[in-house]
Design a protein around this ligand. Structure first.
Ligand code: SAH
Ligand code: SF4
Ligand code: F3S
Length: 384
């Protein structure tokens, strides 16, 4: 029997996609191998969020190619998928000549067969892509415009999971709060390309312009209520929630629905309003503070985690100190602190110079990581 091996980099969305790629292989009669050395086909599911993530995929591919060359063995078929595919075929084959095939990310369908390792907890994707215009981020380019998975498809998957004995699920999307509310339109890259000149920061639309305002109960809250109707489902988690569209009714739902996990991942990215504006996150520090106040008031046992980027272009010592002070004030229980990595093609890459030296980024990273992750919780929602 032919064997497949999948190497996954990046976030939970990628891990979830890999479960579906595995499902496809098994449907075609392949079996999984734990060693890439004896695979007939190797899939590399890539991440492009930072240069280090891309380097890791390239390093892995280099090791694979070298191994087979040194052994004098026939190289297995190598398939590249994931967020690096946005570079386009030509560049990918040039960067990584050992690749045999490129699997476009959108071809990993929501509803294909899934092979899950865990028998109790399951990842369930509820949307693909991202409609937000955070200036530093490659995701809207690599995964395209946001597309919510229809309610009936999500519920059908949950029903299937219940029958298989699952009791915990995590709903996945780049911005789950606005599930079902994304507008059609053009992405930031197309918007920039349409201009004869470069777009200025002021011309980049707010994230809120890319979604409908919910009328009544937000669809995401309705989805949580529908899933909660299954007695067999005991724990529901979701990532990621953005601060700008965290609806009051979502807070109420968490407060009154004991099935929803008390850990909320709420990325702040920076504690400086100037940097938040340059990032186009669509909220201020004050807005975030008020949201956390409400969450803690209505859900006394809530635990909040965050993501922060240090060394964003133009982040002064003062801006950074504001983030440090805010971290002390917020007392997040865990946080993923990242050093800014310019992603070619993104708005921040076009608009700003990567001014903060590597050494300084690292210094800022160490300070913040120490403050936030002092309790050293091992459960991190996503580690890239
Ligand atoms: N949709 C989620 C996060 C997606 S990416 C959200 O909006 O929160 C995961 C994390 O990677 C981000 O929260 C951010 O902290 C980090 N990140 C994204 N782009 C980055 C870049 N260019 N450099 C460094 N970190 C980045
Ligand atoms: Fe990136 Fe912003 Fe979308 Fe998150 S919400 S994936 S940071 S563009
Ligand atoms: Fe995830 Fe990396 Fe893509 S963080 S969405 S795999 S760029």
């Amino acid at each position: 029997m032919k064997k497949y091996y999948i190497q996954t980099f990046g976030c939970q969305s990628n891990k979830s996609d890999s479960e579906r790629v595995a499902g496809d292989y098994e449907a075609r009669g392949f079996i999984e191998t734990k060693n890439w050395q004896d695979a007939d086909e190797i899939v590399v599911n890539t991440c492009a969020i930072r240069q280090t993530a891309e380097d890791r995929a390239r390093g892995f591919l280099y090791n694979v190619a070298t191994y087979f060359q040194q052994q004098g063995k026939q190289k297995p078929k190598i398939i590249l998928t994931g967020c690096m595919t946005h570079h386009g075929q030509e560049k990918l084959y040039e960067m990584m000549p050992m690749i045999d095939e490129i699997l476009p990310i959108n071809e990993v369908g929501f509803n294909s067969a899934v092979v899950r390792k865990d028998k109790k907890h399951a990842w369930v994707p509820i949307s693909a892509g991202c409609n937000s215009f955070c200036t530093y981020c490659i995701v809207p380019y690599s995964r395209g415009r946001e597309q919510s998975r229809p309610m009936e498809d999500i519920l059908a998957e949950v029903e299937k999971l219940v029958k298989e004995g699952y009791s915990e699920i995590t709903l996945l999307g780049q911005n789950v709060n606005s599930w079902g509310l994304e507008k059609e339109g053009i992405g930031l890259r197309k918007l920039m390309m349409r201009q004869e000149r470069e777009l200025s920061r002021e011309e980049i639309p707010d994230n809120a312009t890319q979604y409908e305002q919910p009328k009544g109960i937000p669809p995401f809250v309705q989805l949580l209520q529908e899933i909660s109707k299954h007695d067999e489902i005991k724990v529901i988690r979701f990532i990621t929630s953005n601060p700008w569209d965290f609806h009051d009714l979502l807070i109420d739902e968490i407060a009154t629905n004991p099935k929803i996990d008390r850990f909320i991942h709420l990325p702040i990215q920076s504690g400086s309003n100037k940097v938040l504006y340059d990032m186009n996150r669509g909220y201020t520090k004050e807005h975030y503070r008020e949201l956390v106040r409400k969450l803690r008031e209505k859900i006394p046992d809530v635990v909040i985690g965050t993501d922060i980027i240090v060394g964003f272009p133009g982040e002064t010592e003062e801006d950074f100190n504001e983030t440090v002070e805010f971290a002390k004030e917020m007392n997040w229980k865990l946080g993923f602190v990242a050093q800014y990595s310019p992603r070619p093609g993104t708005a921040s890459w076009r608009l700003y110079k990567d001014t903060i030296p590597q050494k300084e980024k690292k210094r800022r990273w160490e300070i913040l990581d120490k403050i936030i992750n002092k309790d050293n919780l091992s459960v991190r929602p996503h580690v890239v």
